[in-house]
Structures are given as structure tokens and as C-alpha cells.
Design a binder for this molecule. Structure first.
Ligand SMILES: Nc1nc2c(ncn2[C@@H]2O[C@H](COP(=O)(O)OP(=O)(O)OP(=O)(O)O)[C@@H](O)[C@H]2O)c(=O)[nH]1
Ligand SMILES: [Mg+2]
Length: 281
């Protein structure tokens, strides 16, 4: 995003710039058509000669106003596990983020149990087990192709037995357009609610920052199936700008919670809105 805005400044510092081109550039930065239009309207309303810095300033102010200030951390309960359900389309980084989040929480002295609820692929379970071994965190799994809701059930029981602070459930990748897979997700959600009516306490949608505006569609469809409480925006170390989290919050009020910045356990942070606006915009 830094590069994106630098190029904006250069391009639109010329006196005869084209408003449509500016709007297109803002949409290209994943800020979405609605926000792009608002920014352009405000700049036009100023009715004076603008330079690139004005554009960046107005864009920053808009983004700052839209995204929420820092969220309180995901504190555990005292009497039962806090359940975090990790969902998203294929390959966005769910399993890696599950492990990274577990690593972040254990580094703060919290106890975590992982549930490998992606039972379609043996490799998916193995992938989480490798992380579990590396991090010294128990991983609950089921038989190949078993009902993932059973794994959630067992995971919850194990978390209670271990007096874990958190149960993190890694789920299979699913296309938001596949009805049966979204129904399965609803079932997982319901099953977790049987163990504790307030569970899952967080439903985190993992979105790949390099997918751009399709992430907005994904968020909409997942949110329709089960209420999302937050986003994990991954692959921000790549070409993705992360701008997509702005229209997602603008439209659905689902805030970014964590960001992924690489493949290692430590390449993961709580989302910091101030830093996002300052560094990325
Ligand atoms: N560069 C980079 N790579 C990442 C990040 N997060 C995940 N990856 C990589 O993306 C690939 C897919 O990650 P997974 O965690 O397996 O994704 P997934 O969503 O669990 O995939 P499915 O279970 O197949 O749906 C792996 O090669 C990860 O190492 C990130 O923040 N940055
Ligand atoms: Mg996975």
C-alpha cells in the first residue's frame, strides 16, 4: 500500500489529472468503489487545486474514520475454554494462522488445544500435527473423512480436560459459493454451541490479502452462513495491499483481528489500525 500511495502522489500531482482515473486507482488499491467515490467526492468538493499529498491525506482520514480503533485482546475465560473457529476459502492460510495464533497465545503463557476439523484431507491433519509437535500443543483429530463436528466435540472435551484457555478449530477450506459446504459450517457452529451456548466465541475468517476484492464476496457469504467476529488477513508480506479490510468493515462491521506476514510462526501480529493507516496508507 505504501508503494500504491507513492505512485498515486506522483501520478496525480500533475495539474490536469483525470478524476475517473483517480477513482479507478483507489478501487485498484482494494478500497472498494463506495469508499473510492466518497474520497473523490470530498476532493472535488474542496474545489481547489489539489496535489498528491491532499489526496493521500483525504484517503487516510476516510480510512481512519471507517476502521475501528484497537480492539481489546481476546482474553480467556476463567471457567471454560474460549473457542475460536477458523474459517475461509481454500488456501488462504487457515491452518498456518491457526498454528501462529496458538503460538502467539502460548507465548503469553496461555494453554491451547487445537482441533483438526479439516477431515477431508489427511495431509491437512498432518500439517496441523506437525505444527502441534513443533509448538508443543495438543492436536485433536478424528478418523479420516469423519464428520468434522465430532472433532469439534472431542476437541472441546479435551480442552476442558486440559483446562485449556483456548480451543482453536482449524476447518477445511470451502468455497463460499458451495451450498453444502456452507451448511456443514453452520452445523459445526451449532455443535460447538451444544457444549457451551456462547461458543464459538470468535469466528475468524482468513482472507488472503493478494485476492483483492473477491475477499469482500467471501466475507459476505461466510457472514451470511455464520456470524463472523473478525478477520485474519494473511500474506501481507506479498503483493497484497490489505486495503480490502476497509470495505469489509465498512459493509459488515467485521474488524481485522490479526495479520499474517510470512510462513513462520512469528510472522503474525494483532492487527493495529493505527499502524495500518500510517504504514500501509
Ligand atoms: N507468505 C505468506 N505465506 C503464507 C501466509 N500464511 C500462510 N501462508 C502460506 O500459504 C500456504 C497455504 O497455507 P495453509 O495454512 O495451508 O492454508 P489453508 O487455508 O489451511 O489451506 P486449505 O486447508 O487447503 O484450505 C502455505 O504455503 C502457507 O505457508 C502469510 O501470511 N504469508
Ligand atoms: Mg488448511
Amino acid at each position: 500500500m505504501a508503494g500504491f500511495f507513492k505512485s498515486l502522489i506522483a501520478k496525480f500531482s500533475k495539474p490536469d489529472f483525470d478524476w475517473d482515473e483517480l477513482e479507478a486507482a483507489l478501487i485498484g488499491g482494494d478500497l472498494g468503489p463506495k469508499l473510492a467515490m466518497q474520497i473523490v467526492d470530498e476532493l472535488r468538493d474542496q474545489g481547489r487545486k489539489l496535489n498528491g499529498q491532499d489526496i493521500v491525506q483525504v484517503a487516510r482520514d476516510h480510512v481512519r474514520k471507517i476502521i475501528p480503533p484497537s480492539l481489546p485482546p481476546l482474553l480467556p475465560f476463567n471457567d471454560r475454554p474460549k473457542v475460536l473457529l477458523i474459517v475461509g476459502v481454500n488456501g488462504t492460510g487457515k491452518t498456518t494462522s491457526t498454528a501462529k495464533l496458538a503460538s502467539l497465545l502460548t507465548s503469553k503463557g496461555k494453554k491451547v488445544v487445537l482441533a483438526a476439523a479439516d477431515t477431508f484431507r489427511a495431509a491437512a491433519v498432518e500439517q496441523l500435527e506437525v505444527w502441534g509437535q513443533r509448538l508443543g500443543i495438543p492436536v485433536v483429530k478424528g478418523a479420516p473423512n469423519c464428520d468434522p463436528s465430532g472433532v469439534c466435540f472431542d476437541g472441546y472435551e479435551r480442552a476442558v480436560k486440559e483446562k485449556a484457555d483456548y480451543l482453536i478449530v482449524d476447518t477445511a477450506g470451502r468455497l463460499h459459493t458451495k451450498h453444502n459446504l456452507m451448511e456443514e459450517l453452520k452445523k459445526l457452529h451449532r455443535i460447538l454451541g451444544k457444549k457451551d451456548p456462547t461458543s464459538p466465541h470468535e469466528v475468524l475468517l482468513v482472507v488472503d490479502a493478494t485476492t483483492g476484492s473477491n475477499a469482500l464476496m467471501q466475507a459476505k457469504e461466510f457472514h451470511k452462513a455464520i456470524p463472523l467476529t473478525g478477520l485474519i488477513v494473511t500474506k501481507l508480506d506479498g503483493s497484497g495491499k490489505g486495503g480490502i479490510l476497509v470495505p469489509i468493515y465498512q459493509e459488515m462491521k467485521v474488524p481485522a483481528r490479526f495479520i499474517g506476514l510470512g510462513e513462520r510462526a512469528e510472522d503474525f501480529q494483532a492487527f493495529d489500525p493505527k499502524q495500518f493507516v500510517e504504514e500501509l496508507l
